[in-house]
Design a protein around this ligand. Structure first.
Ligand code: DGT
Ligand code: CA
Ligand code: CA
Length: 571
């Protein structure tokens, strides 16, 4: 159980209480607790074990008891009861982007809308816009929210599946009957969202492995249990499929169940062209069915004339052709990364001091860290005025002395105004080591105006990196309307870097656009956008996205030394 899961439990309770019109102080208590735990430095499970929850601000006896029950059993009776007393459809409605408890309660009372179906019908008939405080724009946003929800329904963010998947993998490797074990499916390919978790094991005793697997403490329901395949649902609703094969077939099965389906289809037809037959059991001669390979993926690839392809590449986007002509990229790896460009500190809306950030960066083995606080207009995020920048620079200089092995770079995440100008004048911008430019408001513009706005900002001499270029929030907000072809070309012409933002619900640029940018000779920078040092390891998901975009180390500025970075920025 991680902090995020406990945090979302508490906000679900807050939403349901709010929906039911409970006293607002009660709702607020749950919301504040949810927020506090989301950005908490310490591990909530540890605090539960040590019986220290009540040391946290805003956590009294009652809340501590509920959190403890949830962490220890994976369930909370109080929430189950609340859910039983509330129409199921209303809870689902609150998950739609743009709809909160208040709006849902109001629609329920005034129009009797109790399900997503009801809501769609009401919107189609134009009834929503007539509600007090709604209007046509709200109606349209709600419809868009429904579509977005449908597109991502049942899928979870990569990081969520990754945490569970790697924990189960570690668990499986402890089973004496397991010989080899691996992640498979979209999770092994590190896709940005995951439908279900797939795992593969080789064993001589499949039944033993399956019994061990269904005994995993977080399993809620066993959907199907057999000797070759078992499917379970975890307490957090994620489905996990485990397959067990013989050692002889392990490589072929790993290939098959890693996918993607498109990669498999293309690979199979290549095998056929070469006179073979490829399936999850192995590679065979087409005519006599003689087993040729299958123990490892590498041996199967080799036999059909391909170099080994990293799982992140397996989307049939040209990798099979490249693998036959020694043209595969040598993908950037987490070990190549020397630092992080995008971190918020206490100076704006982050939770940690520069000293704490530097300390953590050092423990991660980094040789640089970019502290990028917000610019002056972003008052809600405590953006920095010029006097405060000067003070921040002084502080960095002082802290720098304690970290001889780490370059602490003073950056900014400077707001791009609607007309494309930046939130600081040049004399301020030149105080920074580098400047992220980013949009934080007026997201809705037509595509030409938005594209011009961004490109104008990129032409500013001090602009270094364009942060989260499309502004998408996976499952919550669509990308802004922007012509990325033009932005990529402008990045090349103005020597502006594009960011791969590694925050789990952003991953922006995504894999496809990262690949496109690299093909146009644009250098990318990975930033975690951390507001808390516990988020710095999200770098891993940014690197995964870069790998899915065929990035090699030289394509990513984070792989360079502080000296090389300085030179690059001056050049
Ligand atoms: P997901 O779970 O929707 O995020 O995506 P995947 O890629 O994990 O898909 P999943 O879980 O349905 O199946 C796991 C892998 O098994 C998939 O990547 C490729 C393989 N596979 C599944 N069904 C088929 C199929 O009908 N044909 C082929 N060639 N491969 C399949
Ligand atoms: Ca899957
Ligand atoms: Ca599956």
């Amino acid at each position: 159980m991680d902090n995020q899961q406990v945090s979302s439990l508490l906000s679900t309770i807050a939403d349901i209480l709010d929906l039911r019109g409970e006293m607002s102080f009660k709702v607020r208590a749950y919301r504040m607790a949810a927020q506090m735990i989301e950005t908490l430095d310490s591990d909530i499970t540890t605090l539960v074990h040590e019986n220290r929850l009540q040391e946290l601000p805003g956590i009294g006896e009652a809340l501590a008891k509920k959190i403890t029950e949830y962490v220890q059993t994976g369930k909370l009776a109080y929430l189950e009861d609340l859910k039983k007393e509330t129409p199921e459809g209303l809870i689902e409605l609150m998950q739609i982007p743009g709809l909160g408890p208040r709006k849902v309660a109001f629609m329920y009372k005034s129009l009797g809308i109790a399900t997503v179906q009801d809501l769609k019908a009401a919107a189609a008939e134009g009834k929503l816009r007539e509600l007090k405080g709604f209007g046509e724009i709200t109606e349209r946003n709600i419809l868009r929210g429904i579509q977005l929800r449908e597109k991502t329904s049942g899928r979870v963010l990569l990081y969520r599946a990754y945490l569970d998947g790697t924990a189960i993998l570690t668990f499986l490797k402890d089973c004496p009957a397991v010989i080899d074990a691996s992640l498979a499916g979209s999770l092994r390919r590190m896709k940005d969202t995951i439908g279900d978790i797939d795992l593969l094991v080789s064993s001589k005793h499949p039944e033993e492995v399956m019994n061990y697997f269904t005994g995993y403490p977080l399993v809620d329901t066993v959907l199907a249990k057999g000797e070759t395949k078992t499917s379970v649902v975890l307490k957090n609703q994620l489905q996990v499929d485990l397959r067990v094969v013989e050692e002889k077939s392990y490589g072929a099965a790993l290939l098959y169940f890693t996918g993607s389906k498109d990669h498999n289809v293309a690979l199979r037809s290549l095998a056929i062209k070469k006179g073979y037959k490829l399936n999850e059991y192995g590679l065979f001669t087409k005519d006599t069915d003689k087993y040729l390979a299958g123990r490892s993926e590498a041996e199967v690839y080799k036999k059909i004339g391909c170099e080994y392809m990293d799982p992140e590449l397996r989307e049939n986007r040209g990798e099979i052709e490249a693998a036959q002509t020694h043209a595969l990229p040598r993908l950037v790896t987490p070990a190549d990364i020397k630092g992080d460009f995008h971190v918020h500190s206490l100076w704006s809306d982050g939770n940690d001091s520069i000293d704490t950030i530097a300390h953590t960066a050092q423990s991660l083995g980094y040789s640089f860290i970019g502290i990028t606080d917000h610019s002056q207009s972003l008052r809600i995020a405590n953006g920095l005025t010029e006097d405060r920048i000067i003070k921040k620079l002084e502080e960095i200089k002082k802290i720098q002395r304690s970290y001889p092995e780490l370059s602490i770079l003073c950056g900014t995440e400077c707001d791009i105004k609607p007309d494309g100008s930046l939130d600081y004048p040049s004399r301020t911008l030149k105080m920074f080591d580098f400047v992220y430019i980013a949009i934080h408001s007026t997201f809705k513009m037509d595509i030409d105006t938005m594209t011009t706005r961004i490109i104008t900002a990129m032409h500013n001499d001090y602009a270094t990196i364009l942060a989260h270029p499309t502004q998408r929030l996976i499952g919550q907000r669509e990308p802004i309307a922007v012509d990325l072809d033009k932005v990529i070309k402008a990045a090349h012409d103005t020597n502006t870097l594009l960011e791969i933002n590694a925050f789990p619900n952003r991953l922006d640029l995504d894999d496809i656009h990262a690949k496109q940018a690299i093909e146009h000779g644009v250098t990318l920078a990975i930033g975690t956008d951390s507001h808390n040092v516990t988020q710095l390891p999200n770098m891993h998901y940014g690197v995964a996205t870069a790998r899915r975009g065929w990035a090699e180390a030289p394509d990513i500025l984070n792989t360079k030394t502080p000296k090389q970075i300085q030179k690059f920025l001056e050049g």
